[in-house]
Ligand binder design. Structure first.
Ligand SMILES: Nc1ncnc2c1ncn2[C@@H]1O[C@H](COP(=O)(O)OP(=O)(O)OP(=O)(O)O)[C@@H](O)[C@H]1O
Length: 255
């Protein structure tokens, strides 16, 4: 396979354990999937099944214990986070904690650009563009994180992730800490982001209903394994695993 035909991301036989010897605990086991350019993969699973650890491995924030990672066919297993941060940006659930409370949002975004690309030329132009893309008033960037609502900080954190123009964003339960109306607002802009930028994403969530409308494919995780992966129609209409059926029952129950 030439690199031009290769998927944007390939996760091959990836495993992760913590601790050594008898105390070793395997939290991810033999994960395999690919992601093509422009595709959005939802990852659903119960608390503690390894979703956040998986995002950390993909973005090299933590090393894999076994297996390989490929970006456009090129192996990048074992690289430092700084070597892959132009490719991946992780957006966390608690975005206020991700901003320095002593810096304005603009100062934090400048710092991010400086660290990630070393290039702060046009920084304010990029910030303005990305903040507008997330539907926020440009003047809000001169506030401190505590002076914004939870939903505004989360949209700022997505804008900050986008200013370095990553190939992929890894969203770790980005709506979980927000109330229903702020969640709806974030998702409205996430849909627009997909439409306007065709961005490749991994979207970790507890919400199967949300993933089924937003994602091209959904991976169901349980106890560190991907037990099922497919299109929303396959997962919703023909679930193969009992755990997926349980999740579906919960969706119907909520409705
Ligand atoms: N640094 C670490 N050392 C030891 N164990 C860890 C470490 N980081 C994560 N774990 C363990 O790995 C497992 C998976 O954690 P992870 O945070 O990925 O779960 P999650 O699916 O994202 O959960 P949630 O939905 O609650 O955020 C958990 O059992 C967690 O305790």
């Amino acid at each position: 396979m030439t690199t031009s035909e290769a998927p944007l991301l390939e996760v091959r036989n990836v495993a992760k354990h913590y601790g050594k010897g008898k105390r070793a605990k395997e939290v991810l086991t033999d994960l395999n999937f690919t992601l093509n350019e422009g595709e959005v993969l939802g990852i659903i699973g119960e608390s503690g099944c390894g979703k956040s650890v998986l995002l950390n491995l993909i973005s090299c924030l933590e090393p894999v214990s076994n297996g390989q990672l490929f970006f456009r066919g090129e192996e990048y297993t074992g690289r430092k986070p700084s070597a892959v941060c132009r490719w991946f940006q992780v957006i966390f659930q608690d975005s206020e904690a991700a901003f320095d409370p002593k810096r304005t949002i603009r100062e934090s975004m400048h710092e991010n650009l400086r660290q990630l690309s070393g290039n702060v030329a046009d920084a304010d132009k990029k910030i303005k563009e990305m903040v507008a893309l997330m539907g926020l008033d440009a003047q809000l960037v001169d506030r401190y994180p505590r002076q914004l609502s939870g939903g505004q900080v989360q949209r700022m954190s997505i804008a900050r992730g986008l200013i370095t123009e990553p190939n992929m964003i890894l969203c770790d339960e980005i709506t979980s800490a927000l109330d229903v109306s702020a969640q709806a607002m974030i998702m409205q802009y996430m849909y627009e982001l997909r439409m306007k930028r065709g961005l490749t994403m991994i979207f970790v969530s507890h919400d199967l209903a949300l993933c089924s409308t937003f994602c091209d494919r959904i991976a169901i995780m349980q106890e560190g394994k991907i037990i099922e992966i497919g299109t929303p129609d396959q997962i919703m209409d023909e679930p193969k695993e009992d755990y997926t059926k349980l999740l579906l029952d919960a969706v119907i129950y909520v409705k």
